[in-house]
Design a protein around this ligand. Structure first.
Ligand code: GLU
Length: 325
């Protein structure tokens, strides 16, 4: 009885909050928006949460309610925005480029209505191997059991592209498993796979798990195929995972990386995109404090780096108004 009463009281409060939202009378009043992210132990998920937190803080002014969804990653987010089932999504800059230009995974199937909002943190092509696998270079993974990522994930797409450059495919591994990001560290520690691959910002929960639940070792990703990736594709850049970030991994790790970017569809309203952009840029210092991977962001690169799709007019309106362009 008691529980029921308090549940009723809660409902009444929600109703009140909703009618207050309505009363705000803004063009975007009472709109629900969703951001597609990635696995809960990645960086997209908490970063999406940080964006929503800033949007929701001003809900009484604009009436927009923002929620995050844990998803399969970049390719999934792109396809789901395209289908109109997500309003925003975080996607790797290589996936954004390929989608808008109809290349690689999107060959002959360009997503022309994709729109860029802003860039986020840097993501490193991250490989962790079991200590007993004795691997120190990416090429040594051939013949081993490797988690190549779930279909829909950015890591699977980037790995495929890297192997393709060498005329190789997942067949070079004795086993190519497709576990989602949140399951792969446990699988490696249980000796079901020798190594896991994740395109992710740092620090990330999944890599922390893979280096503390068992002694996972970060692996360098260098060599001629990587050189070729860097030369051939504008969206890849060399990057370093700093030594000491994860336990048992004191040395700097050399690899390549991409940028995480926030994208939307041309059909999402200018007001909604404007309010979301404004919420993040006007609170950039608090945003940077919400996750360590965001700490090095700056406004200038956020509105330009890794954005190959046209800017959404709502984002552009904010950048112009703020004198940024
Ligand atoms: N880069 C990964 C992907 O596109 C997601 C990384 C994360 O969740 O932080 O699937």
């Amino acid at each position: 009885m008691k529980t029921r009463k308090s549940a009723m009281a809660k409902l009444a409060t929600v109703g009140l909050a909703m009618s207050m939202g309505l009363a705000a009378g803004n063009a975007a009043a009472n709109e629900f928006i969703s951001i597609g992210t990635g696995g809960v132990t990645g960086v997209y998920y908490p970063v999406g949460g940080a964006i929503c937190r800033l949007v929701n803080a001003n809900r009484s002014e604009h009436g927009i309610r923002c929620g995050v969804e844990s998803t399969g990653g970049s390719i999934f987010n792109t396809n789901t925005i395209r289908d109109g089932e997500l309003d925003f999504g975080i996607v790797q800059s290589d996936v954004q480029y390929n989608a808008i230009n109809g290349e690689v995974q999107f060959e002959g199937d360009a997503y022309e209505d994709m729109r860029a909002v802003f860039a986020l943190h840097v993501e490193a092509f991250t490989v962790v191997a079991r200590e007993d696998a004795g691997v120190s270079e990416f090429d040594e993974l051939e013949g081993m059991r490797v988690n190549v990522g779930n279909p829909g994930s950015g890591q699977r797409a980037t790995l495929e592209q890297l192997l393709e450059l060498q005329d190789k495919d997942f067949g070079v591994y004795s086993q190519a498993s497709d576990l989602v990001a949140s399951q792969m560290a446990a699988a490696m520690c249980d000796n079901q796979v020798d190594a896991i691959i994740y395109v992710v910002g740092h620090p990330s929960g999944a890599i922390e798990e893979a280096t503390t639940s068992c002694p996972g070792k970060l692996v360098n990703v260098t060599g001629s195929a990587v050189e070729q990736m860097l030369n051939e594709f504008p969206y890849y850049a060399a990057t370093t995972i700093p030594g000491g970030m994860y336990s048992g991994n004191p040395d700097d790790i050399e690899t390549f990386g991409v940028g995480a970017t926030l994208v939307t569809a041309a059909s999402v309203s200018d007001d909604v995109v404007y309010e979301l952009t404004k919420a993040v840029f006007e609170n950039l210092d608090s945003f940077k404090d919400l996750h360590p991977a965001l700490s090095t962001l700056d406004a200038e690169s956020m509105m330009s780096e890794g954005l190959s799709a046209p800017l959404h007019p709502g984002a552009e309106r904010y950048y112009r108004e703020a004198g940024m362009m």
